[in-house]
Design a protein around this ligand. Sequence first.
Ligand SMILES: [Zn+2]
Length: 84
Amino acid sequence: MPETEHARADTPPEGAPNGRPLEVKAPSGHSIVAHHVHGWCAKCPGIELWEELFAWRNRERAGMTDAPATDRAPAPSREVERHG
Ligand SMILES: [Zn+2]
């Protein structure tokens, strides 16, 4: 995946996708959580729902490692610990 496809967690956003300054406090009827985290939401004028969804997805991805996914449990189950 290209580096530009996902947002970097250590890079502060410069502004909302609609070019307006970020608003941490949500206006009435807007998403309080999205404004707190992103500074904007899909209810803001000029912003589509997919843009907010994309921002949430990028935020989730920023916290993930690039290690390959595995089906193995991170630790043995209680039964295995008890009986081997
Ligand atoms: Zn908003």
